[in-house]
Design a protein around this ligand. Structure first.
Ligand code: AHG
Ligand code: MN
Ligand code: MN
Ligand code: MN
Length: 336
C-alpha cells in the first residue's frame, strides 16, 4: 500500500529556512543557525509551560521589570533561556528583551551580524490559569557588528529581516516570515521538530471579529470609540461583529491572522502611547500582518514606518484584515 506521502515528506522549519537560504546565499547559513537557536528556546519554553503547574513554575518571581510589572517565574526563566541561546548562537551582536532594562551587547568574541528584539513570554497574566501565552521576536541585520550601538537597534520596523512568534497553547505553533510570506509550523513533540502545517498564510481581506480590551472604553479617543461602536451597531445593515479577547497578544494575533478581523490596543487617556512595546510586540506582529496581506496602523502612521527613540517605547496599534484597518485609518484621518 502507498505509504502516506505526508509522513515521509515532512517539511521541517530547518529545511524550510535552508531552502529560503538558497534565495539569499550571502548569509552563508548564519540565519539558519540563528533561527535554530530561537527554535531551541521555543522548545525549552514550550516544555516549561507544559510542566509549569507541576514544576512550581507558576506565580511571581519576586522582582519587577522595567515596565513596572511583577515578573513571573516563567518570565524570568524564559528570558534567561533566550538570552543564553541567542548569545551562544554566535550570530547576534545586540539583544533587546522586554525583561531587561538595558540592551545586551554580546561579547565581541561571540558576535554575529544580527540583532534580535524579543518578548520571551507574552501574556504573562495568563500563565497561572493555563491560557495560551507565547514568545515574539524580530530580527535585524547590523551593519558593523564590531561597532554596534543602540542607534543600530532603534530602526523602523520596515528594516526587519524576519519576525515570528511561538504560541504555547493546545499545540505549540511557530509562525515565521523571512520577508517572503508567512508560514506556520507545529511542534511534533514525538519528533521534537516543528513541521510545516500552515503554508503561505494569508489573512482574509475583511473579518467579522474585533479584539480589544473593552474595559478601557472610558478612556478611548474619538476614532477608536467610533470604530468599536460601528462594530457593535453597524449602520450598513451588516450583522454586528463578534468580540474575541484573550489578553495574550500572541493568541489574539494568531486568531486574527487565521480567521481575519482586527486586533487593537489603542491609546487612551491613561496611556497616550497605548500599552504594547514597539520593538518586540508591535513591529514583529505588524511585519507578519503585512506579509500575510493585512496591515498595521498606529493611529498616526503605518506601524512599520515608526522610528522608536527608546528600546521599551510603546505605541498604539490597530492590525489585521486590510479592509478593517482601512476603516480605522479613515476615522483617524477624519479627526486629523
Ligand atoms: P506581556 O505579558 O509580555 O507583558 O504582554 C502582555 C500584553 C499583551 O500580551 C496583551 O495583548 C496585553 O498585554 C493585554 O493587556 P490588557 O490586560 O491591558 O488588555
Ligand atoms: Mn510583561
Ligand atoms: Mn508581551
Ligand atoms: Mn512578556
Amino acid at each position: 500500500h502507498a505509504v502516506d506521502a505526508q509522513r515521509t515528506d515532512l517539511m521541517t522549519i530547518t529545511r524550510y529556512v535552508l531552502n529560503e537560504q538558497n534565495r539569499n546565499p550571502e548569509s552563508r547559513g548564519d540565519f539558519t543557525i540563528l533561527l535554530s537557536h530561537i527554535v531551541f528556546g521555543c522548545k525549552f519554553v514550550a516544555s516549561a509551560v507544559n510542566k509549569a503547574g507541576l514544576a512550581k513554575l507558576i506565580g511571581l518571581a519576586g522582582e519587577t521589570n522595567v515596565q513596572g510589572e511583577e515578573q513571573k517565574k516563567l518570565d524570568v526563566l524564559s528570558n534567561e533561556v533566550f538570552i543564553k541561546a541567542l548569545v551562544s548562537s554566535g550570530r547576534t551582536c545586540v539583544l533587546v528583551s522586554e525583561e531587561d532594562e538595558e540592551a545586551t551587547f554580546v561579547d565581541p568574541k561571540l558576535r554575529g551580524k544580527y540583532c534580535v528584539c524579543f518578548d520571551p513570554l507574552d501574556g504573562s497574566s495568563n500563565i497561572d490559569c493555563g491560557v495560551s501565552i507565547g514568545t515574539i521576536f524580530g530580527i535585524y541585520l547590523i551593519k558593523d557588528k564590531d561597532n554596534v550601538t543602540l542607534g543600530d537597534v532603534l530602526q523602523p520596523g520596515k528594516k526587519m529581516l524576519a519576525a515570528g512568534y511561538c504560541m504555547y497553547g493546545s499545540s505549540c505553533t511557530l509562525v515565521l516570515s523571512t520577508g517572503n510570506g508567512v508560514n506556520g509550523f507545529t511542534l511534533d513533540p514525538s519528533l521534537g521538530e516543528f513541521i510545516l502545517t500552515h503554508p503561505d498564510i494569508k489573512i482574509p481581506k475583511k473579518g467579522k471579529i474585533y479584539s480589544v480590551n473593552e474595559g478601557n472604553a472610558k478612556n478611548w479617543d474619538g476614532p477608536t470609540a467610533k470604530f468599536v461602536e460601528k462594530c457593535k451597531y453597524p449602520q450598513d445593515g451588516s450583522p454586528p461583529k463578534s468580540l474575541r479577547y484573550i489578553g495574550s497578544m500572541v493568541a489574539d494575533v494568531h486568531r486574527t491572522l487565521l480567521y481575519g478581523g482586527v486586533f487593537l490596543y489603542p491609546a487612551d487617556k491613561k496611556s497616550p502611547n497605548g500599552k504594547l512595546r514597539v520593538l518586540y510586540e508591535v513591529f514583529p506582529m505588524s511585519f507578519l500582518m503585512e506579509q500575510a496581506g493585512g496591515q498595521s496602523f498606529t493611529g498616526k502612521e503605518r506601524a512599520l514606518d515608526l522610528i522608536p527613540t527608546k528600546i521599551h517605547e510603546r505605541s498604539p496599534v490597530f492590525l489585521g484584515s486590510y479592509d478593517d484597518v482601512e476603516e480605522i485609518k479613515t476615522l483617524y484621518a477624519e479627526q486629523a
